[in-house]
Design a protein around this ligand. Structure first.
Ligand SMILES: [Zn+2]
Length: 295
């Protein structure tokens, strides 16, 4: 049975108000707005054990009607990997020795980074069909972070989580754990999430819906300094900022983690963002949604 989230996953405040309520592919999805800091999070939501079963079996079926990667899925992932490499080049990441992609899916980002940086790459992917797909293409992929930890791999100087953080029940502690156990002190973390102000985003598997502001605050609270933070539509749209990409590094010294700066006007920003999106879709349909990645 789904359980209520009693404290905000960012500021830990108990106060919230309903932000959005809808049915998503047979699931009732309710999102709350934290009235203290402005984070939007799903509550009630699946319990940890329900989530584990969901990702092992139902997730891909619910989302795309098949267990393994579809051609469209692969073409989006390939284009997305290219766009992420462009961002790494833009921010001046020119050397990587050991890279991990959490939620590595079919492994295309692993392949691109391996090719570009001639480094060791490792994936973490709970979905069996995707993991096997990547393994068959020569990638080393663990089923979970626990099995990665047990394997005793050396720390990574780049860890990516592309469309993963919004699925994690407790992102602050998850990111802290990455910083403490898996990332080198001079390493970077690369994150991409759907943008609350442009993406439909209230899906059953999305436990948190981030804005630039709340993503930045989550990183700060987890002990990271944000180096790059940008909404964009790559690879699916030239105009609609569907996603937010962030690059961050462990803060030295560890920052004051007690304060979370509040975001305001969240409902208004969401409404304005979606209205802007609808206008762009009408005026420039072929740039708003690039036909090859339309879904
Ligand atoms: Zn909060």
């Amino acid at each position: 049975m789904p359980e209520s989230v009693t404290r905000c996953p960012l500021c830990e405040d108990k106060r919230s108000t309903t932000f959005d309520q809808r049915e998503f592919r047979g699931y009732q999805v309710v999102n709350k707005l934290c009235t203290n800091c402005g984070l939007v999070y799903q509550s009630p939501r699946m319990t940890e054990s329900e989530l584990e079963i969901f990702y092992q079996s139902e997730y891909r079926q619910v989302y795309q009607g098949s267990q393994g990667p579809s051609n469209k899925d692969l073409s989006v992932q390939k284009a997305r990997a290219g766009a992420l490499l462009d961002i790494l080049r833009e921010v001046g990441v020119d050397k990587i020795n050991h890279f991990a992609d959490i939620g590595s899916s079919s492994g295309l980002l692993l392949e691109e980074i391996k090719e570009e940086f001639k480094c060791q790459v490792i994936g973490i992917e709970p979905g069996e069909a995707y993991r096997v797909y990547a393994e068959n293409r020569g990638m080393k992929v663990y089923e979970s972070l626990e099995s990665l930890a047990e394997a005793g791999e050396p720390a990574f100087d780049l860890i990516s989580m592309i469309h993963v953080l919004e699925h994690i029940p407790d992102p602050v502690n998850f990111l802290k754990q990455l910083r403490e156990k898996f990332l080198t002190s001079n390493g970077n973390i690369l994150i991409e999430v759907p943008n609350l102000y442009a993406h439909d985003c209230f899906e059953v598997a999305h436990l948190i819906s981030f804005s630039r502001h709340t993503l930045f605050q989550v990183m700060k609270k987890a002990g990271y300094t944000t180096i790059f933070l940008q909404p964009h539509g790559q690879p699916r749209s030239k105009l609609i900022p569907l996603y937010i990409t962030l690059l961050a590094a462990p803060s030295e010294p560890a920052p004051d983690q007690s304060t979370v700066e509040e975001e305001q006007w969240i409902r208004l920003k969401r409404r304005t963002g979606l209205a802007h999106r609808r206008i762009l879709e009408r005026l420039f349909p072929r740039q708003a949604w690039l036909p090859e990645y339309r879904g």
